[in-house]
Design a protein around this ligand. Structure first.
Ligand SMILES: Cc1cc2nc3c(=O)[nH]c(=O)nc-3n(C[C@H](O)[C@H](O)[C@H](O)COP(=O)(O)OP(=O)(O)OC[C@H]3O[C@@H](n4cnc5c(N)ncnc54)[C@H](O)[C@@H]3O)c2cc1C
Length: 380
């Protein structure tokens, strides 16, 4: 059993880390305060290969594995959770769905534009009335000759207004419930497809989150993604990999918070010595380190299982559940170590804490992960 990451992945970590320290850290607080999606960083992310991490080279992608994807997301999150959410959802959800279930023409058209950042990808599953019960969606797609007419609303969609296209899940055979859902690719500019204004959020503030509405949106059958009525089954597979990336995002936020805590504890003096000399602070740091290393092992295990073609649904849920809750605890402890300064928006740690909370909610809440894990365990 080897607990070391392969050399190639260690090098990737160093490269992404260097990029984030230079191009992202100096701006992360400002982007968050302005609640502004940083469009200017997109070409740089593309040139680093971070917009096509798993996309094959024939479409211009970096063609790396799931472990590399997880490490990339982790490293971006170490510095900026919002940008990591952009990288995770673009790679894992929107383009991930086209890569896994698209036909050759769709891959040529959408993946080649996704890797350059010309078209960021969004993915619309959640609706105002259906989140955890995703199959309870109300959006419909009705066949009209060789076209489909989509009507409905999608909620909390990442890259919903800044993306070039959105993969949308809609009911095509409502009587068949989750076996009657199909995915479609809808391009921005299609008549009847509109994005609301940016939703104001607790965290992930420079990530673009919007409500999308579809009013008699006509798309040709060529825009259907995957088999008819197979969209929900495909979605569960997309979410498995997505959960590995949210685990990695949480891990990065937590590890970033630990580094901030260590640096601050060594520098801040009270009662004539560095606060790092107090056992109360040391114990918080020990707990953070142990929990985050456990989160890393779960996350890398799930990613490696995906790369080996093994079933990894339970492991992805375990990684996502544990890493997200460990990250929130780590960020909270780090803020405590920062004292009053940590509570101000001049320091980075309050942003980490706000961002980490999303990881317990997005791509299936902690409660949903517990449902998935217990179902697997009880069926065994
Ligand atoms: C910033 C952000 C970005 C997002 N990006 C996207 C995106 O790009 N695409 C997309 O499709 N969605 C996206 N989402 C949506 C996200 O996946 C949902 O918010 C999440 O799945 C939870 O759904 P909900 O918000 O409707 O909560 P609900 O499902 O209403 O849950 C509310 C509470 O009830 C609990 N609960 C529900 N059912 C059960 C049960 N059976 N047993 C026990 N407890 C239960 C939940 O765990 C939760 O605590 C995003 C959300 C946010 C906040």
């Amino acid at each position: 059993m080897d607990f070391e990451l392969p050399e190639t992945h260690q090098q990737l970590r160093e490269t992404v880390r260097e990029f984030c320290e230079k191009e992202v850290r100096p701006h992360a607080i400002e982007w968050d305060k302005e609640e502004r999606f940083p469009k200017e960083i997109i070409p740089k992310l593309a040139s680093m290969g971070l917009l096509g991490i798993r996309i094959p080279e024939i479409y211009g992608g970096a063609e790396m594995d799931t472990l590399a994807y997880a490490i990339s997301v982790e490293e971006v999150a170490r510095v900026d959770g919002s940008l990591a959410l952009t990288v995770a959802s673009h790679n894992g959800l929107g383009t991930g769905h086209v890569l896994a279930f698209g036909n050759e023409a769709q891959k040529q058209k959408y993946l080649t534009k996704a890797v350059t950042g010309e078209w960021l990808a969004a993915w619309g599953l959640t609706e105002p009335g259906s989140g955890s019960d995703a199959a309870g969606m109300a959006t419909t797609a009705r066949r009209d000759g060789d076209h489909w007419v989509i009507n409905g609303t999608k909620m909390f969609i990442t890259q919903g207004s800044v993306g070039g296209f959105c993969v949308v899940l809609a009911k095509t055979s409502p009587e068949k419930k989750q076996k009657g859902i199909t995915a479609f690719i809808v391009e921005h500019g299609t008549p009847g497809f509109r994005a609301s204004k940016h939703l104001e959020k607790l965290g992930m503030r420079s990530s673009d989150t919007v409500e999308l509405s579809f009013e008699d949106v006509r798309v040709s059958d060529e825009q259907r993604l995957g088999e008819l009525d197979h969209g929900f089954i495909d979605t569960l597979k997309i979410l498995d990999k997505g959960r590995v990336s949210i685990a990695a995002l949480a891990l990065g936020l937590g590890r970033g918070a630990l580094e901030l805590a260590v640096a601050y504890a060594k520098e801040r003096k009270q009662f004539g010595k560095a606060i790092a000399d107090f056992q109360a602070i040391q114990w918080m740091i020990a707990d953070m380190k142990a929990e985050l290393d456990a989160a890393a092992l779960l996350t890398y295990r799930a990613a490696s299982m995906a790369d080996q073609g093994k079933p990894f649904s339970k492991e992805a849920s375990m990684a996502k559940l544990y890493a997200s809750e460990a990250a929130t605890r780590a960020c909270n402890k780090s803020l405590q170590i920062h004292g009053g300064y940590g509570y101000t928006r001049e320091y980075q740690i309050e942003r980490h804490l706000r961002d980490a909370k999303l990881c317990e909610i997005g791509e299936g809440t902690s409660e949903v992960q517990r449902m998935v894990i217990s179902r697997h365990v009880l069926a065994g």
